[in-house]
Design a protein around this ligand. Structure first.
Ligand SMILES: [Zn+2]
Length: 204
């Protein structure tokens, strides 16, 4: 059961690793959002966005009823469909501009720490709204999802080496050739006890 669980975790990790890699590369070509609108008890918008180099977790809330909009470019959250998606090309900007100016309006209170970006614009950009956003570098997600596969690969390698050394009568610790030594002796290189001779399997 434990083995089955670890295989499932490994499989999920590998899938996430592939997905994060693909999204990371894609993030430099397209910026995308997916938004979930919840209207009870107050209109809220949960967003998952992909911006150049970063995954964005966003939360927006209407704090007061929105004033009449002079233009119709941004409807109030209460008017949003339940699910919204948006996808657009990353605008090509002069390389002198920072990566955040790809998508962030200028003058937004923004805190950066070790590559994380925390944006808190309340109230802004629409009057009567507050909006929070946490941007996580794709690199960190990549490292996170790579831990389990790398660990598994390392353990498989150790196991393979141990079996190989046992089969070829090499020292399990240092790989010294122990064919001339009797079981129970000590390895002349590192002092590990020589294991009993394993019977060759019929299939080998
Ligand atoms: Zn040894």
């Amino acid at each position: 059961m434990r083995r089955f669980t670890s295989i499932v975790f490994l499989f999920v990790s590998l899938l996430c690793l592939l997905a994060v890699t693909a999204m990371w590369i894609r993030s430099y070509f397209r910026q995308e959002w997916i938004a979930l609108a919840i209207r009870f008890p107050v209109p809220r918008l949960f967003t998952l966005g992909s911006f150049p180099g970063r995954l964005d977790l966003g939360f927006d809330q209407e704090t007061t009823p929105p004033p009449p909009q002079p233009d119709l470019s941004l409807p109030p959250f209460s008017a949003y469909p339940r699910w919204t998606t948006y996808s657009d090309h990353v605008p090509r900007l002069p390389p002198s501009l920072s990566i955040h100016s790809y998508y962030l309006p200028q003058g937004v209170p923004m805190h950066q720490f070790l590559g994380f970006v925390w944006v808190n614009h309340s109230p802004a950009p629409l009057p009567g709204n507050c909006s929070y956003s946490l941007m996580i570098p794709y690199l960190y997600l990549l490292v996170l999802f790579a831990i389990l596969p790398l660990r598994t690969a390392y353990h498989l390698r150790l196991k393979h080496r141990r079996l190989y050394r046992l089969k070829h009568r090499l020292c399990s610790t240092c790989g010294y050739d122990l064919r001339a030594h009797a079981p129970g002796d000590k390895c002349p290189e590192c002092g590990t006890l020589v294991p009993p001779v394993t019977k060759p399997t019929s299939s080998a």
